[in-house]
Design a protein around this ligand. Structure first.
Ligand code: PRP
Ligand code: MG
Ligand code: ZN
Length: 210
């Protein structure tokens, strides 16, 4: 039996469940049950907060996970990635208030930036030679400029609706992301065999979709 962690609710949930089903794996899922077993493959599925998934896979609490590269890299475990999955594509971007003057990233020198991605953003700004004050908040980041909490934000953009709805303008792309399959790096041989079977099926699903 191999244990796979997926997002409980959010941008990746639907597509993660669809991918598993398209791999020919059957299971029953209900809203309040956070763990389920497949009926025709030795697979157990855990439904977790996406931010917790990289750490659980690193520690071996889960063998496998499906997460966005944004969450994986921010958590500091990029080496766990074994397969890109082609869905939940998004970007991590810097944004300022719509009417704010902005010509380049140098304009952010000394400014306050709200983000849930301090590691990725910190490295990006260091690379650009910009020093800013990063304020880490775990959600609703887009509200920060309009309530005077920050001069700029750095958060995930998919359709762009959340930026638009909060009077923000995207000014720089910091990181591009999509969903990936991750795996613990010291899986025993039987689990490595199950992982190989899953990867084979996932690759076939991707080819069939194209
Ligand atoms: C991201 C981000 C925005 C939204 C942007 O959240 O924080 O809320 O998606 O999408 P849009 O451009 O289509 O409006 P995410 O789904 O990553 O959820 P989380 O931050 O709660 O984990
Ligand atoms: Mg999250
Ligand atoms: Zn978010």
């Amino acid at each position: 039996m191999i244990r796979l962690a997926i997002q409980k609710s959010g941008r990746l949930s639907e597509d993660s469940l669809n991918l598993i089903r398209e791999c020919g794996i059957s299971f029953v899922s209900s809203t309040y049950k956070l763990k389920t077993e497949a009926t025709n493959f030795p697979l157990e599925i855990l439904f977790l907060r996406d931010d917790d998934i990289p750490g659980y896979v690193q520690d071996g609490v889960a063998d496998l996970g499906i997460v966005g590269q944004n969450v994986l890299v921010e958590a500091g475990f990029p080496a766990l990635e074994v397969e890109t999955l082609g869905f939940s594509k998004c970007r991590l971007s810097l944004a300022v208030l719509r009417n704010e003057a902005y010509s380049s990233v140098a304009d952010l020198q000394g400014k306050n930036i709200a983000t849930s991605y301090p590691q990725i953003l910190g490295r990006y700004l260091a690379g650009e030679g910009v020093q800013a004050h990063l304020h880490t908040i775990s959600g609703s980041v887009e509200i920060a400029p309009s309530i005077g909490l920050a001069d700029a934000i750095c958060d995930i953009v998919s359709s762009g609706s959340t930026l638009l709805g909060n009077g923000l303008r995207e000014v720089e792309t910091v990181f591009r992301s999509e969903a990936v399959l991750i795996a613990n790096q010291s899986l025993p041989a039987e689990k490595q065999e199950l992982l190989a079977q899953l990867q084979f099926r996932m690759q076939a699903v991707r080819r069939a979709r194209r």
